[in-house]
Design a protein around this ligand. Structure first.
Ligand code: PMP
Length: 361
């Protein structure tokens, strides 16, 4: 029997494919940049206790006012400058629904977080890609020339950049803002807390800069889907018009509020992961036939000599799953390794040494 013909989706979606990062059950899972450490047990208890007090027959607070205030207080900005959503991906989507769309452009610097370009395309925004240098830094002169020429609606930066780990110098942002004063600069700081610098302090009501953050990584809450941005109050007011009403569930809002009572525990997790990143980077750096890029995030990009995809397969055979970017344009031959627990990192180091040894043999 032939399938009935289904209605045709938008033709401009033809070239898109669904986000793909395999969720394989292995003993050492280092492929999606999550925190390897669960949130504190007390956090979970407190969150569940708070949820028992909530009238579940009622919609959640549409403006997530309490959560916005708590985030604002922690970051020393105004609640009117904070917008929360289901993961930072929904923040990015809302920004693009509001500032992108048909007849508008977004500039990205590849290779970078694939969802910037993907969500832009889904919203009908034309994507213009500038290239990074061989060391994955953004060439300020080339970047300013590109944005001055295109005058895009949105300029994406990602610092630390996923998947390369590169941290942008603050001068880059200033130069881009000067070159394209009408563009909204969206700086994705999903990994900001793992780096030595953040640009949140540069956000002001008269500056077209948005800094995007997430609870998925440093707060160990990837399962709960909470992200936010700090932006000019005027931008936040526009985002509030576009996002669906009641989009942020009471479970998510409460999780964010309760998490913010555990700042010390979160900071301890970040310190452990930064230390582990530096230790793992040094250990991998001493493996012959492996290039390790400098990273300000909770992951490391590496490039083995020879057939990197075969190295990925040999790691998987040893129960270690990392992200295979070997065929992604601009990242050919690279693998991205999320920093895990000290035990997981030791397992990774041993497995990678063996996998590369087999390659050389
Ligand atoms: N931005 C970057 C750079 C990321 O790497 C990720 C997660 N992979 C996100 C945003 C999205 O994170 P979430 O939606 O979980 O907040």
């Amino acid at each position: 029997m032939t399938e009935p013909a289904l209605p045709t989706p938008r033709r401009d979606l033809d070239d898109l494919s669904a986000y793909h990062s395999p969720q394989i059950d292995v003993s050492v899972r280092l492929n999606t940049n999550e925190s390897p450490l669960p949130p504190p047990a007390d956090f979970v208890d407190e969150w569940c206790r708070e949820l028992t007090k909530v009238p579940l027959n009622r919609y959640p607070d549409r403006s997530a006012a309490e959560l916005r205030s708590a985030i604002a207080q922690r970051l020393r900005v105004r609640p009117q400058q904070v917008f929360c959503a289901n993961g930072s991906n929904e923040v990015l989507q809302t920004l693009l629904l509001t500032y992108g769309g048909a007849g508008r452009e977004a500039v990205v610097f590849e290779p970078t977080y694939a969802l910037h370009g993907h969500i832009a395309r889904v919203t009908g925004t034309n994507v213009v890609a500038g290239d990074r240098r061989a060391d994955f830094s953004v060439d300020t002169d080339a970047a300013t020339a590109l944005v001055a020429e295109r005058r895009p609606a949105v300029i994406f930066l990602c610092s630390p950049n996923n998947p390369t780990g590169t941290v942008d110098p603050p001068e880059l942002l200033a130069a881009l803002a000067d070159a394209a004063p009408d563009s909204l600069v969206v700086l994705d700081e999903a990994y900001g807390e793992f780096a030595d610098r953040t640009m949140i302090d540069a956000v002001a009501d008269d500056v077209p800069l948005v800094v995007v953050r997430t609870f998925s990584k440093v707060w160990s809450l990837a399962a709960l889907r909470l992200g936010f941005c700090v932006a000019p109050a005027g931008v936040v007011a526009e985002l509030d018009k576009v996002v669906l009403p009641y989009h942020l569930s009471v479970a998510t809002q409460t999780a964010g509020l309760v998490a913010l009572r555990y700042v010390a525990e979160m900071e301890a997790r970040v310190s452990v992961l930064r230390r582990e990143r530096d230790r793992t980077s040094v250990a991998l750096g001493s493996i012959e036939g492996l290039e390790v890029y400098e990273s300000g995030a909770n992951f490391l990009l590496v490039r083995p000599d020879g057939d990197a995809h075969a190295v990925w397969e040999r790691l998987l055979a040893r129960g270690v799953l990392v992200r295979d970017f070997t065929r992604r344009p601009g990242l050919e031959g690279t693998l991205r390794i999320t920093i895990g627990t000290p035990t997981e990192n030791d397992a990774l180091i041993t497995a990678l040494e063996a996998a590369i040894g087999e390659e050389a043999a």
